[in-house]
Design a protein around this ligand. Structure first.
Ligand code: 5GP
Ligand code: MG
Length: 208
């Protein structure tokens, strides 16, 4: 089958993978378009500046790579020059394998470069209660970056319990548990190019 013939995955469609039912919330083209818009905005805000992009693993690696690919492309005709960007990674975990946060944030991987006096953009997959990002931002602030802003693909604003907001937000979503574009359930579904609501996280319990 040629790529042109591949069936389009539509919004609202229910996709079944390994017995899990996932309802498509955001389609691949919709997400790709929004990432270009975010990159344009970041390019114009950081015009002429070197940018240090820190991706929070594992969830942000997919979105983060898509985002930095668009930075400096000159989509907005504001900044047509390739950008001076450095990347680093930081690992945190809070969820375990459940669909509700444990609230306890653990560092799993630390950055191997300094952010002192750098313009830092922290990239995360999703802002939920905000505990993960608050933990990350507080720790990074101790290293005295020149500036520190946050970019997330998804924001569940109604779930917030600590005071943190992202300057750049791809999509505001309701209080639903989503997978795809880096977001997992028990380490599955990070590879999906769409974002979908996991309808039956307890499928195994029902079968047994
Ligand atoms: P917070 O600390 O803001 O409550 O949670 C942030 C982290 O929880 C995210 O980095 C992500 O790993 C996880 N998380 C929050 N909501 C969702 C969701 O709807 N789906 C998935 N797969 N992970 C989520
Ligand atoms: Mg995460």
């Amino acid at each position: 089958m040629t790529p042109e013939m591949a069936p389009q995955i539509e919004k609202g469609q229910i996709v079944e993978i390994d017995g899990y039912k996932i309802e498509v919330l955001l389609t691949e083209p919709e997400i790709d378009k929004r990432i270009v818009e975010l990159a344009d905005q970041i390019d114009s805000d950081y015009l002429g500046k070197k940018l240090k992009v820190i991706m929070i693993l594992k969830g942000a690696s997919s979105f983060g790579e898509d985002l930095i690919r668009e930075l400096g492309k000159g989509n907005s005709a504001i900044d047509r020059k390739p950008r001076d960007i450095e990347i680093d990674y930081k690992g945190t975990t809070s969820y375990g394998s459940k669909t509700t946060t444990s609230g306890e944030v653990k560092d799993t991987i630390s950055m191997d470069s300094s952010i002192k006096d750098e313009d830092v953009l922290v990239v995360e997959d999703i802002l939920d209660t905000g505990k993960t990002l608050l933990h990350v931002v507080n720790k990074m602030s101790e290293e005295e970056p020149k500036s520190l802003n946050v970019c997330v693909l998804l924001d569940k604003k109604e779930r917030r319990i600590v005071n943190i907001n992202a300057k750049y937000v791809g999509f505001d979503i309701q209080n639903v548990f989503v997978v795809g574009r880096g977001l997992d359930y028990k380490q599955k579904f990070r590879n999906l190019r769409f974002v979908g609501i996991l309808l039956n996280p307890d499928k195994e319990e029902k079968i047994n």
